[in-house]
Write a protein that binds this ligand. Structure first.
Ligand SMILES: *Cc1c(COP(=O)(O)O)cnc(C)c1O
Length: 234
C-alpha cells in the first residue's frame, strides 16, 4: 500500500499538469477523510493538505477536535439533518457544501442567527437526477438560490455536485458542463450576498474531467487514502 504522502504527491502532480494544460492555477483539494482514522488525517495534513471534508456530523465531532495538526478549513459535504446543525456549527466549518433544500437552509439560518454567526455555504445540485442523491434539481436551482440569498446568515459561495457513480468519467462530463453553465449564469445575476466562487465537482474517479469542465474545488477520498472500510468507520 502506498503511503498517503506519496498518493497526495502523485495526485497533486496530476492536478498541476492538468491545470497547466488548461492555463489555470486555481483548484482547491478537499481531502475527504470519512471512515479514515485521525492518524491518517494528520498524515495528510503533514503532507500539505489544508482542507478536509467529512460527510457525517457524528464522525466529524469525534475526529476533528482530536487533530493536532493545523488545517485551513473543515468542509461538511454530507446530507445535513436539522437536529445535527448545532453540533456541526460547533466545529466551525469553513464551508458547508451540501445545502440541499430550503428547509435545511432555513434551519441553518435560524441557528446561526441565534449565535450571531454567518456561514459560507454551497448549494448542492443533483445534476444527474438520481433518486439516491440529495440536492436541488436543475429546474429549482435558481429559485432556491434567490430564496437562500434572502436568508441573512447564509453566504452562498457557489455550487456543488456529485457525478455519476460510473467507472467511465466521460459519462459524467455533460453533467459537470451543465453545472458550470449554471454557475456562470448565476454569477451574472449579481444577487446581493451571493458570490459564485467555488464550483465543487470532481471526486477520485472523475476529478480530471471535472477540472476540464471548470471545477475549482475537488473532493478527493479514496485516491488519497485508499479504499474505505465502512465496517471500521472511525
Ligand atoms: C465520499 C465523498 C467524496 C469522495 O469520494 P471518493 O470517490 O473516495 O473520492 C466526495 N464527495 C462527497 C460528497 C462524498 O461523500
Amino acid at each position: 500500500m502506498p503511503l498517503i504522502r506519496d498518493r497526495i504527491q502523485e495526485v497533486r502532480e496530476k492536478i498541476a499538469n492538468k491545470l497547466a494544460a488548461l492555463g489555470r492555477d486555481d483548484a482547491t483539494i478537499v481531502a475527504v477523510t470519512k471512515t479514515h482514522p485521525v492518524e491518517s488525517v494528520e498524515e495528510a495534513l503533514r503532507a500539505g493538505i489544508a482542507h478536509i471534508g467529512e460527510n457525517k456530523v457524528q464522525e466529524a465531532l469525534r475526529k476533528i477536535p482530536m487533530l493536532r495538526e493545523p488545517y485551513e478549513g473543515f468542509h461538511f459535504i454530507g446530507h445535513l439533518q436539522s437536529n445535527k446543525i448545532n453540533n456541526l456549527l460547533s466545529l466551525k466549518p469553513a464551508l458547508i457544501q451540501s445545502v440541499d433544500s430550503l428547509y435545511i437552509a432555513q434551519k441553518l439560518n435560524a441557528s446561526l442567527g441565534r449565535k450571531n454567526l454567518t456561514q459560507d455555504i454551497l448549494i448542492q445540485v443533483n445534476t444527474t437526477a438520481e433518486a439516491s442523491k440529495s440536492g436541488v434539481s436543475f429546474a429549482n436551482a435558481e429559485d432556491m438560490l434567490w430564496q437562500i440569498a434572502a436568508l441573512p446568515c447564509l453566504r452562498v459561495k457557489g455550487l456543488m455536485t456529485i457525478g455519476l457513480m460510473s467507472i467511465d468519467p466521460e459519462k459524467t462530463r455533460p453533467y459537470f458542463a451543465m453545472l458550470r453553465e449554471l454557475f456562470e449564469r448565476f454569477g451574472k445575476l449579481e444577487i446581493p450576498g451571493v458570490e459564485m466562487r467555488y464550483l465543487s465537482m470532481g471526486m477520485s474517479d472523475d476529478y480530471l474531467v471535472a477540472l476540464e469542465e471548470g471545477s475549482n474545488m475537488l473532493r478527493l477520498g479514496s485516491v488519497l487514502f485508499g479504499a474505505r472500510d465502512y465496517g471500521a468507520r472511525q
